[in-house]
Design a binder for this molecule. Structure first.
Ligand SMILES: [Fe+2]
Ligand SMILES: [Fe+2]
Length: 330
């Protein structure tokens, strides 16, 4: 299989970066301009984007697994079609973002190798198990709902290819959230057993959904730099609060509760105040010790191996076509 040369190693603070270049770059950001692949950018900016975008792409791809487990067990044809479409969309999101990351000079195969070797991070939420059909609706409602809050802001990120990928992704995420909420609402109006099942799913997914926004800004090592360069437009805490404020009325509308005795509406700030998040659990899961980390990576490794012949066939076909067009290069 043909391989591209590895990305050249670049020093963390490239010696050739002059204060003038950095100043001009930062004033472009302050001016609201978009940075494009061929524009000059500080090496730190490029690295931060590769880190963030590749984690995002990995999350989309690993995120297919918890729901993919339920495709064969969907209760109706309509639900099966919706779930199939959603899981396929997530694969597409992964592809857009891997392609976007490649514009920063790193090869997708290299990023995937990092994931399969266990050296890359992806969203902690996908290391939790899907125990019942109600988990599928709950993931659509809460997990995709949280993703939309994050990604709507990322559509305004300073790096052009990432921002443009987000615009399209957000449209599909809205469908994911709506189908999830519809599923949850249907179960909430169902039999007592269905109600119990959906409430149990919400009880298990609520706190991990809040963790999706990442640690509090004061404990997040990258937040300040990402905000300065317009990669992030809002902090983790602000986005988490926005998600909570949006979601509680939706739960109330269908008569379900959220598992937090401290939840209350604060009239002074117009926010729903919530209880403390168990960050020990977050760091445990992100560190590889969640309930399904091992299973998820094994599934990805298996899928990668099973797809090897497809990649090889595609490359052989491309080489054949190229030889036909340019026989002298064969
Ligand atoms: Fe997605
Ligand atoms: Fe989604």
């Amino acid at each position: 299989m043909a391989t591209k040369p590895p990305t050249p190693a670049v020093s963390e603070t490239a010696a050739e970066e002059s204060p003038d270049q950095t100043g001009a770059f930062e004033s472009r950001i302050a001016d609201g301009q978009t940075i494009e692949p061929k524009d000059w950018m500080p090496e730190r900016y490029r690295r931060q984007l590769i880190r963030m975008m590749s984690q995002h792409a990995h999350s989309e791809v690993v995120g297919m697994l918890p729901e993919g487990n339920w495709i064969t067990r969907a209760p109706t044809l309509r639900r099966k079609m919706g779930l199939l479409a959603k899981v396929q969309d997530e694969a597409g999101h992964g592809l857009y973002i891997y392609c976007g990351t490649e514009t920063l000079g790193i090869d997708r195969a290299e990023l995937i190798d990092q994931l399969l070797a266990g050296r890359a991070k992806y969203s902690s939420i996908f290391n939790y198990p899907t125990l019942s059909w109600a988990d599928i609706g709950t993931i659509g409602w809460l997990v995709d709902g949280a993703a939309i809050v994050n990604q709507t802001i990322l559509a305004k990120t300073s790096y052009g290819p990432y921002a443009r990928a987000m615009v399209r992704i957000c449209k599909e995420e809205n469908f994911h959230k709506r189908q999830g909420y519809e599923m949850v609402a249907t179960l909430a109006q169902g039999t007592p057993a269905q109600r119990t099942m959906v409430q149990d799913a919400i009880n298990r997914w609520w706190w991990p959904s809040l963790m999706m926004f990442g640690p509090s800004d004061k404990d997040s090592p990258n937040s300040a730099e990402l905000l300065k360069w317009g990669v992030k437009r809002k902090g983790n805490d602000e986005l988490r609060q926005r998600f909570v404020n949006l979601t509680i009325p939706q739960a109330q509308a269908i008569g379900l509760t959220l598992p937090d005795p401290d939840l209350h509406y604060d009239e002074a700030t117009n926010n729903w105040t919530f209880g403390p998040i168990d960050w020990d659990e977050f760091y445990r899961v992100i560190g590889g010790h969640g309930p399904c980390n091992h299973e998820r990576l094994q599934a990805r490794r298996h899928a990668h191996e099973a797809g090897r012949w497809v990649r090889e066939a595609a490359e052989a076909y491309a080489a054949k076509q190229a030889a036909r067009v340019h026989p002298e290069a064969a």
